[in-house]
Design a protein around this ligand. Structure first.
Ligand code: HSE
Length: 306
């Protein structure tokens, strides 16, 4: 194999109650990248479409992850890489994670390195370090494993795949303002009262249980975030209005996607998810802020060959 074209899905991290510990992959939105094997041990980014990102391999998460994997595997090859970003960095939809995880998947396949999903997640987390300064696993794990994932532990890294009810559909509104993850992490409180922690971890348990049992009511009751949302929502224009409108339109639950500004909702079935999209649209259409709305199934597979 000399070349591989991959799709790396956009991801919704946190899923309200699971700050840094939960995520899921979208099936209808993601980046595409083409990796070509070369013989000179260099990593070259030769084309970037859809975003203004650095071509310097040391400064682009794609280059960082690719170089790390070539080094770790003592590879005699190099790579020429083309990137097509289909959603913007700073969206809260795991843009850097799609770049990092898509690269980890592609390099593994192209050079037949035989790393497993956990190891690929570790490589991709180094891309997150380059992007935002923190080795966060929720987006990259969702992008590699697909479906819903739980980061049960960071040290040692332990990723658990959670079943995804097939009727669960995501609606996402992406207001086209950029929020840097690094900045959004600074507003999350570092200390929380035990009472808040109890409410939060009880909801994580409820969400996991609801996903296992396809109990949509329980999933909905569990989609609350008492840790990050109260401070982060202030960075997102009209967050409360979108949440209220989407809930009134029938969403099971609504929250900030990753570090924002995107807002996600989960619904039972495509019809309900489209009603939620209309409600979100109703809030944003006269605000003067550009936005995009996506309605997507949950992707059961992660990064994959096209
Ligand atoms: N869990 C991370 C955060 C995701 O919320 O900061 C970053 O997209």
């Amino acid at each position: 194999m000399n070349q591989i074209k991959v799709f790396a899905p956009a991801t919704v991290a946190n899923v309200s109650c699971g700050y840094d510990a939960m995520g899921f992959a979208l099936s209808e939105l993601g980046d595409e990248m083409v990796f070509t094997k070369t013989s000179d041990q260099e990593v070259r980014i030769i084309d970037i479409q859809g975003a203004d990102l650095p071509y310097d391999a040391d400064k682009n998460v794609v280059g960082v992850v690719a170089q790390l994997m070539l080094k770790e595997s003592n590879s005699e090859f190099g790579l020429d890489i083309k990137i097509r970003k289909n959603f913007k960095p700073g969206s809260g939809l795991g843009s850097s994670a799609a770049s990092a995880a898509g690269t980890a998947y592609a390099v593994n396949q192209l050079l037949d390195l035989k790393y497993d999903h956990l190891q690929l997640t570790k490589f991709a987390m180094q891309g997150e370090v380059a992007a935002c300064g923190s080795a966060i696993a929720d987006n990259v794990a969702a992008c590699i494993y697909g479906g819903f994932v739980l980061v049960r532990s960071y040290d040692p890294l332990d990723i658990v795949s959670i079943p995804t009810p097939s009727e669960l559909v995501a609606t996402v509104i992406h207001p086209q303002i950029e929020i840097k993850t690094e900045d959004a992490r600074k507003v999350v409180p570092q200390d929380i009262p035990v009472k808040t922690a109890i409410a939060q971890w009880a909801n994580v348990g409820g969400l996991i249980s609801g996903l296992h049992a396809s109990d949509f009511e329980l999933i909905g009751r569990s989609l609350h975030d008492y840790v990050a949302e109260p401070t982060r929502k202030k960075l997102i224009p009209h967050f409360d209005k979108v949440k209220t409108a989407a809930t009134n339109a029938g969403a099971l639950g609504v929250g900030i996607s990753g570090s924002g500004p995107s807002i996600f909702a989960l619904s039972k079935g495509m019809f309900a998810a489209k009603q939620v999209a209309e409600a979100m649209n109703g809030v944003y259409e006269n605000t003067g802020i550009d936005y995009a709305i996506y309605v997507s199934n949950i992707s059961k597979s992660g990064a994959r060959e096209l």
